[in-house]
Design a protein around this ligand. Structure first.
Ligand SMILES: Cc1ncc(COP(=O)(O)O)c(C=O)c1O
Length: 387
């Protein structure tokens, strides 16, 4: 059994989560960025130590065993058959989204996202001189749905060229079903819209749900889409900056590679390669236990709110370790809510409004922390509300 209860001091480690200005408040608990407070699995640490002790750090490239580890993980965990040539490494998924925007659309083109959604999607589009088109998701009391008529209408009305899908969907915790993905894919195919499916959270799926890689929905979908994967969320390796972008269509792959070269994105980092390979080779049991622990954290959180703060609604996640919470009953505007969380509850969260339309009045909690930290955070929140 792995120990996810262990509290690890992260201050003073160049951590954006623990070493920011807001952390000067000694009571502040950071639960914003999607970065876990858990140590990665021992085999990853050992692989890094072994490589570091070699002492020679010349240019690196992915080896065959690296690719095989990615292929095996996708196959055994997700029934996803990936061919070695389809994999392009990048130093991050957000970087890959930016490359995809540049590779498959032209300046001024329209790129669609669903809202609310992980905010770097908009940034990746806007920074590259393209325009964001929104498809607002419909909030039905305790979950979200896509209105496919609106989805198609937005594509047609705005002559959309690309759609960035978040599968599973950050911040709302939705795991898209095969039927929903089929509708998304068919509409995009009909209107010649490229789909970039960001599947970075694919390994955090809770009981009763299944992650469906976009290529597994329909054999034609590989013709016009890209799947972004990485070991970074699953194994807490974000700072090692290694992701695997899967592109079946050869022409698209060449366009993407060309854009990668043009952007100056460098060859992979040797530590990222070592960590990814060790994680995918040895990490299955670790991830199983982690997902079970996280599901315990989510259950704890739901129960806490139901019993002690019943007016606040937890949107039960089907996937991800990020929990979307409806705080609108507190009656605060977005600035008041943000100030309340920081100054009164001493919680550093991702504010709902940063995820765009439909996000205001919500907060996103990262619950990938020891249960004792979560407990402390919720007690701080309760105390602040009751005061
Ligand atoms: C949906 C999604 N994509 C991408 C990322 C970040 O990926 P990377 O660190 O590889 O750029 C995150 C991190 O939270 C995320 O939630």
């Amino acid at each position: 059994m792995y120990d996810f209860d262990k509290v690890i001091e992260r201050r003073g480690t160049n951590s954006i989560k623990y070493d920011g200005d807001k952390m000067q408040d000694a009571h502040m608990i950071p639960m914003w960025v999607a970065d876990m407070d858990f140590e990665t699995l021992p085999e990853v640490k050992e692989a890094l130590i072994k490589r570091a002790s070699h002492g020679v750090f010349g240019y690196a490239r992915p080896t065959d065993s690296y690719y095989q580890s990615v292929i095996q993980w996708m196959k055994t965990r997700h029934h996803f058959d990936v061919q070695k040539e389809w994999i392009v490494t990048t130093s991050g998924v957000v970087g890959a989204l930016k490359l995809a925007v540049r590779a498959f659309t032209a300046p001024g083109d329209h790129v669609m996202v669903m809202k609310p959604v992980y905010y770097p999607f908009d940034v990746s589009i806007n920074l590259n001189g393209r325009t964001v088109v929104e498809c607002p998701l419909v909030f039905q009391d305790d979950h979200y749905e896509c209105d496919f008529e609106v989805f198609e209408k937005q594509i047609v009305d705005h002559d959309v060229k690309m759609f960035i899908l978040c599968n599973p969907h950050n911040p709302i915790g939705k795991v898209w079903s095969r039927e929903e993905l089929y509708q998304i894919g068919k509409i995009c195919q009909k209107h010649h819209v490229y789909v970039i499916s960001d599947e970075i959270h694919m390994d955090f799926i809770y009981a009763g749900n299944e992650h469906i890689p976009f290529y597994n929905v329909d054999p034609d979908f590989g013709d016009f889409s890209v799947i972004c994967t990485a070991p970074s969320k699953t194994f807490n390796l974000a700072a090692l900056q290694t992701s695997n972008i899967i592109i079946q269509n050869e022409k698209m792959r060449e366009q993407f590679r060309k854009e990668k070269d043009a952007s100056g994105m460098s060859d992979p980092n040797i530590f990222g390669l070592e960590a990814c390979e060790a994680a995918y080779t040895y990490g299955a049991k670790w991830v199983d236990e982690l997902v079970e622990y996280l599901s315990g954290n989510i259950a704890y959180m739901k129960e806490f709110f139901a019993e002690r703060l019943p007016d606040i609604k937890v949107i039960e996640p089907q996937g991800l370790y990020l929990v979307w919470v409806d705080m609108r009953s507190l009656g605060m505007n977005k600035d008041e809510l943000e100030a309340f969380m920081l100054d009164k509850a001493h919680l550093w969260l991702d504010e709902g409004y940063i995820f765009g339309t439909g996000g205001e009045g919500f907060e996103r909690f990262n619950v990938a922390c020891p249960r004792s930290t979560l407990k402390q955070a919720l007690e701080q929140l309760e105390k602040a509300i009751k005061e």
